[in-house]
Write a protein that binds this ligand. Structure first.
Ligand SMILES: Nc1ncnc2c1ncn2[C@@H]1O[C@H](COP(=O)(O)OP(=O)(O)O)[C@@H](O)[C@H]1O
Ligand SMILES: [Mg+2]
Length: 465
């Protein structure tokens, strides 16, 4: 799947050794290249049919069929830059003016990627290509990466239902990307410019959920100081995303059914019906049909929600996405932390691809972000490193209905301040406890100051409110 916006660069890997070719392709794809492979025999044909931005050529493969193409053909102004991988000197018979660069084997991933950036960016500059502002579709695709067939099928479902007003039931294990799918449906819908309101049904007491969703009038229950609109009203005109619907109490299920059927709500403590114009999306990580069968979820509501089901596959069911996601998170985390992008060695890609990821994409994301924050230069993987605390695999109920999902950056910041409190503001000890180096910690604190999150937090111990 193409990640949109700045279209991925196309690279042709010409290598006769199948195992090495596959490895190179994995590494390149993990780093967002649209890479294709061929042996020396098939390469010339492929090059004539497909426009590539660069060619990665094994010196030995060049000795055979392909030498003709790069060596002898005249005036081939359209041939892309060629990077040759070789054990010794560039292969005889290659026209040196076509060679962009020579890399010595054994290859190092970081060198390879730098060489490719030089080769392909040079091309883009020369062509005067400037990416325009991303369309909604491109924007959504940039955030939701994955090139597996399963992801392509998922995109098909999203694009099919997005323009309609149909209620969508999104199912899948925790951390598979259900919320991301819900946002994609909203952003690709005619309601994209109206509010997207997300809430989890799992966290609050009956009264609070009800007032959270429906609003309340002054004095309707203890603590209801003023009159307030609920999320249904707030989302009116836009999309309401109800996460973890299976956790809704029987009473709430009846009330939700009424909204879905009649499209009106009543604030808690009021009998005055208010019409709402809603697109409803719901998500669950449990088998809702099973809940219906055992009497824990209303059948009528189930059918009202399950108008258009979208199942988000577990990460282990689409292992092709693992390298791509890993590369995506590595670059993003490094950019956020202001660090160099750690190297992603082929052995790590292999080990990650073989692992089952019970916490799915979220677990992969957390693993990579921890590694980047820890200042690792070269990503290594063991299942033990990737293990998550149980709370992260089965997340604790969200704190408040309105903002159920907090960003990883917030969690990181909270943890940093917690540990600083424990060490009475001693940064060296805090850094050790956090498993990051002092400079990283210092830089983060400086950033918090710059962002106005804390003042004087570098000089003094200061807890986050
Ligand atoms: N295809 C994807 N591309 C990029 N990030 C993803 C993808 N799928 C999931 N994520 C990220 O993984 C994390 C978990 O996704 P989320 O939508 O919250 O999962 P769920 O709601 O199923 O538990 C989020 O940080 C999300 O941004
Ligand atoms: Mg979720």
């Amino acid at each position: 799947m193409v990640s949109g916006g700045d279209a991925p660069r196309r690279v042709l890997v010409v290598e006769d050794d199948q195992a090495h070719r596959r490895l190179l392709l994995e590494v390149l794809r993990a780093n967002d290249y649209a890479a294709e492979g061929a042996d020396g025999g098939a390469a010339a044909d492929l090059l004539e049919r497909v426009p590539f931005d660069a060619v990665l050529l094994d010196g030995n493969a060049a000795g055979r069929g392909i030498a003709r193409l790069f060596g002898e053909s005249e005036g081939g102004g359209s041939t892309p830059p060629v990077i040759v991988m070789t054990e010794d000197e560039p292969t005889a018979g290659l026209d040196r003016s076509r060679l962009h660069e020579t890399l010595r084997k054994p290859l190092r991933t970081d060198e390879l990627l730098r060489a490719l950036t030089r080769a392909t960016d040079g091309e883009a500059d020369a062509r005067g290509v400037a990416p325009g502002p991303p369309t909604a579709r491109e924007g959504v695709r940039q955030r939701m990466v994955g090139r597996s067939r399963e992801m392509a099928a998922l995109w098909g479902r999203i694009e099919k239902v997005a323009p309609t007003r149909a209620t969508v039931l999104i199912t899948g294990e925790t951390g598979t990307g259900k919320e991301l799918v819900a946002r994609a449906v909203h952003e690709l819908s005619p309601r994209a410019r109206r509010p997207f309101v997300a809430t989890s049904c799992s966290s609050l007491s009956e009264t609070l959920v009800e007032s959270e969703l429906f609003g309340h009038v002054k004095g309707s229950f203890t603590g209801a100081a003023g009159t307030r609109a609920g999320l249904f009203e707030e989302a009116s005109g836009g999309t309401l995303f109800l996460d973890e619907v299976s956790t809704m109490s029987a009473g709430m299920q009846v009330k939700l059914l009424r909204v879905v059927q009649e499209r009106v709500i009543q604030r808690v403590g009021s009998h005055h019906p208010i019409p709402v114009d809603l697109r409803l999306l719901a998500a669950t990580n449990v088998d809702l049909a099973g809940e219906v069968a055992r009497g824990a979820f209303r059948e009528d509501l189930y059918y009202r929600l399950n108008v258009f089901p979208i199942r988000v596959p577990a990460l282990r069911e689409r292992r092709d996405d693992i390298p791509v996601l890993a590369g995506h998170f590595l670059r993003r985390a490094a950019a956020q932390a202001g660090l160099a992008v750690p190297e992603l060695p082929p052995a790590t890609v292999r080990a990650m691809s073989a692992y089952d990821w019970p916490g799915n994409v979220r677990q992969l994301e957390n693993f990579i972000e921890r590694a980047v924050i820890a200042g690792e230069r070269r990503l290594e993987f063991t299942p033990a490193d990737a293990a998550m605390p149980p709370a992260a695999v089965h997340p604790l109920p969200a704190p408040a209905g309105r903002a159920p999902l907090f960003a990883l950056a917030d969690m990181e910041r909270q943890r940093i301040f917690e540990v600083l409190d424990q060490t009475n503001g001693h940064r060296g000890r805090a850094a050790t406890l956090l498993g990051i180096d002092r400079r990283t910690l210092y830089r983060k604190l400086k950033q918090y100051e710059a962002d106005g999150i804390c003042s004087g937090c570098i000089r003094r111990r200061r807890s986050l409110r």
